[in-house]
Structure formats: structure tokens, C-alpha cells
Design a protein around this ligand. Structure first.
Ligand SMILES: Nc1nc2c(ncn2[C@@H]2O[C@H](COP(=O)(O)OP(=O)(O)OP(=O)(O)O)[C@@H](O)[C@H]2O)c(=O)[nH]1
Ligand SMILES: [Mg+2]
Length: 188
């Protein structure tokens, strides 16, 4: 994928601020610190989305425009235990409201930390995505932290338990990047 232009196109702390925008969208969802913003940067080949080793970096919905015709939606992470209770509730509501309001969402990337696997909070998110009839692709992030055979096990688990396709991904190698782009292009 050769991207000529990519830029931050909007930051929303409240789903009511979301503009009506018919452009096709790819959503990036997952627990705090799972690597959503890092995946966006890897796909775009630019450091546009802010990342941090500390969970709870992204607290708003951020739109990134790709060549002006496609939007990536970087969502705040859920499930971070150490965030204040009302802040965690605000984030959960923002994600839920966003899923209700978002227009022309074509694909949801559900990111799962390779070392931690699928947790209850992920199941809630998956249920919300399926309820919206959104196509879901699972990304196993930080795959550099586990062996190839562990990756194969996880892929089998996701397929057997949830019928989901899972793609291992690491920002440390180009592995996964082309496949994710291929799936995005099929979806939009
Ligand atoms: N080893 C390794 N580290 C990664 C990888 N992807 C992300 N990280 C690291 O994980 C941390 C969190 O990454 P982010 O992209 O900020 O995570 P996020 O999901 O956007 O987090 P929130 O915005 O807090 O929800 C950062 O320190 C990244 O450098 C990866 O593929 N391999
Ligand atoms: Mg982030």
C-alpha cells in the first residue's frame, strides 16, 4: 500500500461531536496498551498516532485520513484497571456511543495482546461489534513476544472458539502489515 497523504482528521471526546462523514472507516479497538495506535502508525508508515508504554494514552476517538478517502478510527483502550472509575466509564460510553453513531464502518480490527489472549472485556466488545453486524478481524499484537507455535495455537483458538480470523502482528517486523492492508482493501 503506497500512501501519499495521511493526517489527523479529528479528535472527539464525546460521540455527539462526531461529524457526519460518509467516508469508509476502519475501526481499531482493544484493551488499553494493546497496540492500537502503534498498529495505525505501522500501517501508515508514519508516526501520526501517539503511543505510550503507559496504558490509557488515547482517551479520545481520533480520525486519521488516508489519502483523503479512507478514515482510520483510533479508539481509546478499555479495561485498564488503574484508571479512575468515572474515567473508565466515560471511555466505555464513548466507545459504545461511537459504535452506535459511526457512519459507513466497513471493518473492525479487534486487537488482542498475544501474551494475554482474549479477556472478558474483549468478549463484550466483540458482542457489540457483532450486534452492529460489523466484519471483525482479530489482530494478535506484539507477536514478537511469543513463538511461532504459540501464534499458531492462538490462531486455531480464535478460529474454533469464535470463528474469527486472527493475524499475528508486530511493529518490530513487516510481518502482518501486508495482510492487514489486503483485508482492509477487500473490506472498503
Ligand atoms: N514489542 C512490541 N511492543 C509493541 C508492539 N506494538 C506496540 N507495542 C508497545 O506497546 C505500548 C502501547 O502501544 P500503543 O500503540 O500506545 O497502545 P494503545 O492500544 O494505543 O494504548 P491506549 O491508547 O492506551 O489504549 C507501546 O510501548 C508500544 O511501543 C509490538 O508489536 N511489539
Ligand atoms: Mg492509543
Amino acid at each position: 500500500m503506497n500512501i501519499k497523504r495521511a493526517e489527523l482528521a479529528g479528535t472527539y471526546f464525546n460521540a455527539r461531536q462526531l461529524p457526519a462523514d460518509p467516508r469508509p472507516k476502519v475501526l481499531f479497538l482493544g484493551r488499553s496498551n494493546v497496540g492500537k495506535s502503534s498498529l495505525i502508525n505501522a500501517l501508515l508508515g508514519r508516526r501520526l498516532a501517539r503511543t505510550s508504554a503507559t496504558p490509557g494514552k488515547t482517551l479520545s476517538v481520533n480520525y486519521f485520513a488516508v489519502d483523503g478517502r479512507l478514515l482510520f478510527a483510533d479508539l481509546p483502550g478499555y479495561g485498564y484497571a488503574r484508571v479512575a472509575k468515572d474515567e473508565a466509564a466515560r471511555v466505555r460510553r464513548l466507545i459504545a456511543d461511537f459504535l452506535q453513531r459511526v457512519e459507513n464502518a466497513r471493518l473492525a480490527l479487534l486487537l488482542i495482546d498475544s501474551r494475554r489472549g482474549f479477556l472478558p472485556a474483549d468478549l463484550e466488545t466483540l458482542a457489540a461489534l457483532l450486534e452492529k453486524s460489523l466484519p471483525v478481524l482479530t489482530i494478535l499484537t506484539k507477536s514478537d513476544k511469543i513463538s511461532l507455535s504459540q501464534q499458531r495455537n492462538l490462531i486455531d483458538q480464535f478460529k474454533n472458539k469464535f470463528g474469527l480470523l486472527a493475524i499475528p502482528f508486530s511493529i518490530r517486523s513487516a510481518a502482518g502489515r501486508d495482510e492487514v492492508w489486503r483485508r482492509i482493501q477487500e473490506a472498503i
